[in-house]
Design a protein around this ligand. Structure first.
Ligand code: ADP
Length: 426
C-alpha cells in the first residue's frame, strides 16, 4: 500500500469533510470508522481515520490518536494530518493541544502548524484571531456550545493554554508573501523556541501558500481547509499524478433503495418527492412499540417491487407526529426502535440484492453502517455539496460492492433521492 497522507479526524463528520476535500484535490481517499483492523486497498493515496475523540477524556483521546498514528505509519504514510473542527472546538484542557503534542513526540517532530481556517466556509484567521463569518469566534454561537464553549478568539492564546510547548503567530503580512516567506518565519519561530505556528489565513491562496510551506513537516494540524494545499506537494515530489480522477468507485450494480430515518426539513421534502415517483413503506414507531415485526413486513412488501425500481423505507414524519411518538414512548426509545428497524431492513435488502443504498440521517446512518459491518468508506463522486457516493469497505471480501450515500438530515436538494443514482456508474 502506498498511502501518502495519513489523517486522524477527531469526529466522523469532520473526517467525511476532509476526505471529500482530498478527493476533490485529486487524492484517492478512504475514510475508516475507527482504527482499522486490517490493511485497506493498495490504490489509495490518503486514509482518514475517523475517531470520536473531540470531547473524550484527554488520555483517551491521546491513546486513540496514537493507535491511529501507528496504523497509518504501518500503512507507509509519508505525512500525517490531525484534523479538528474549523471552529477549533476544544475543552479548556484540550484535546487539540495535548493530542498534537503526543503525535509530535511519537513522530520525533518538534514543529507543526495549527490552522483551522476555511475561508469558503467563513472561517478566517487574522492576527491569530479566528472569525466565524464577520464576527470573532468568541462572539459567535460557539461561546454557548454545550460541550466545547469557545470564549477566546485568539488561537495563539487558546493553544498556548493547552500545550506544554510554545505557540507563535505567522502574521498575514508574511503569509501573503507566499510559501518561502512562511517557511522563513517557521525557522524564526523555531529559533525562538516555538513548536506551533498559528498562520493567519483569509483566502484560499493563503491556504495554498501555507500548504506549500508545510511540505516537509511530518505532522500538520488543521481544519479541512489545508487539504487544498497539501496534494500539490506530493505532485511536485512526483508521488501523485498531475491529473487523476480520484472519485472512481468499483462498479456496484444491484438493486436500489433509500432508507430515511431523519425528520429534518430537507429530508421531509426529499421523502415527499420520492413518494410521488416510487413505492414507499412507512415505519411507525408506535407500531414498532407494539412489538409487530415491521422489518419483516417491509421486506415482504419490497419483494416484487424492488426488482423493478428504487424503493423507499421511511420513518420520516412531521414534527407533530414525532412529538406524539416521543411523548408516548420517550425520545430515546422512539429513536432506538426506529433505528433498529431501519438497520434490520438495511441488512434484509442487501440480502435481497440491493447494491446501491442511500441512508438519510446521521444517527440512522450510524445504525445502518454498524448493522452492515461497514468498517470504512471509499469516497466517490459528490451528489450534492457534502454528500458523496461511497463504496462500503467490509471484512467480507466475497461480498458484492455496496454503494452507500450517507446523508446528514439537512443536506441535499429536494430531488436528492431521485437524481443520486445517475452519479454512479452502474
Ligand atoms: P438527522 O441527521 O436529521 O438529525 P438522525 O438519523 O441523526 O437524523 O436522527 C433522527 C432520529 O429520529 C433517529 O434517532 C430516528 O430513529 C428518530 N426518528 C425517526 N423517525 C421518527 C419518528 N417518526 N418518531 C420519532 N423518532 C423518529
Amino acid at each position: 500500500m502506498t498511502v501518502l497522507l495519513g489523517c486522524i479526524a477527531d469526529d466522523f463528520t469532520g473526517g467525511t469533510d476532509l476526505a471529500g476535500m482530498l478527493v476533490k484535490a485529486g487524492m484517492r481517499t478512504v475514510q475508516m470508522i475507527g482504527v482499522p483492523l486490517e490493511p485497506v486497498g493498495d490504490d489509495i493515496d490518503a486514509v482518514v481515520i475517523a475517531l470520536k475523540s473531540r470531547t473524550s477524556p484527554v488520555e483517551d483521546a491521546i491513546n486513540e490518536s496514537l493507535a491511529a498514528l501507528s496504523w497509518l505509519r504501518h500503512a507507509g504514510a509519508r505525512q500525517f494530518y490531525f484534523k479538528y473542527c474549523s471552529t477549533f472546538d476544544s475543552t479548556p484542557r484540550g484535546n487539540i493541544g495535548p493530542v498534537a503534542e503526543a503525535l509530535m513526540r511519537s513522530l520525533g517532530s518538534d514543529f507543526t502548524i495549527a490552522c483551522p481556517a476555511f475561508p469558503v466556509n467563513g472561517r478566517t484567521i487574522y492576527k491569530g484571531h479566528l472569525f466565524v463569518g464577520d464576527i470573532l469566534l468568541s462572539d459567535s454561537g460557539m461561546k454557548n456550545h454545550p460541550l466545547t464553549p469557545m470564549t477566546e478568539a485568539n488561537l495563539v492564546k487558546v493553544l498556548q493554554a493547552q500545550i506544554e510547548g510554545k505557540a507563535g503567530l505567522v502574521d498575514h503580512a508574511v503569509v501573503s508573501r507566499g510559501a518561502g516567506a512562511i517557511r522563513a518565519r517557521f525557522a524564526q519561530l523555531k529559533a525562538d523556541g516555538c513548536n506551533f505556528a498559528v498562520p493567519d489565513a483569509i483566502t484560499n491562496d493563503d491556504l495554498m501558500a501555507i500548504g506549500a510551506a508545510c511540505a516537509d513537516l511530518p505532522l500538520v494540524t488543521a481544519g479541512s481547509g489545508i487539504a487544498l494545499g497539501l496534494p500539490q506537494n506530493f505532485r511536485q515530489a512526483g508521488l501523485l499524478p498531475e491529473a487523476q480522477a480520484a472519485d472512481i468507485l468499483p462498479p456496484s450494480g444491484g438493486l436500489r433503495a433509500v432508507i430515511a430515518g431523519s425528520c429534518s426539513i430537507a429530508t421531509q421534502g426529499q421523502v415527499a418527492a420520492m413518494r410521488e415517483k416510487h413505492p414507499a413503506f412507512n415505519i411507525d414507531p408506535l407500531e414498532l412499540a407494539r412489538g409487530k415485526d415491521i422489518a419483516g413486513e417491509a421486506l415482504a412488501w419490497a419483494r416484487g417491487r424492488i426488482e423493478k425500481e428504487p424503493v423507499l423505507f421511511y420513518a420520516t414524519a412531521a414534527p407533530d407526529a414525532v412529538k406524539a411518538a416521543q411523548a408516548r414512548l420517550g425520545t430515546d426509545k422512539a429513536g432506538s426502535l426506529v433505528e433498529d428497524a431501519l438497520a434490520a431492513i438495511a441488512r434484509g435488502i442487501v440480502a435481497l440484492g440491493v447494491g446501491q443504498m442511500i441512508v438519510a440521517g446521521g444517527e440512522t446512518a450510524g445504525a445502518v453502517v454498524k448493522a452492515l459491518g461497514v468498517s470504512g468508506l471509499r469516497i466517490g463522486p459528490e451528489i450534492d455539496p457534502g454528500v458523496p457516493w461511497t463504496s462500503a469497505i467490509t471484512g467480507n471480501t466475497g461480498a458484492r460492492p455496496l454503494a452507500l450515500a450517507l446523508k446528514s438530515g439537512n443536506f441535499g436538494a429536494p430531488d436528492f433521492f431521485l437524481k443520486a443514482w445517475s452519479k454512479l456508474a452502474s
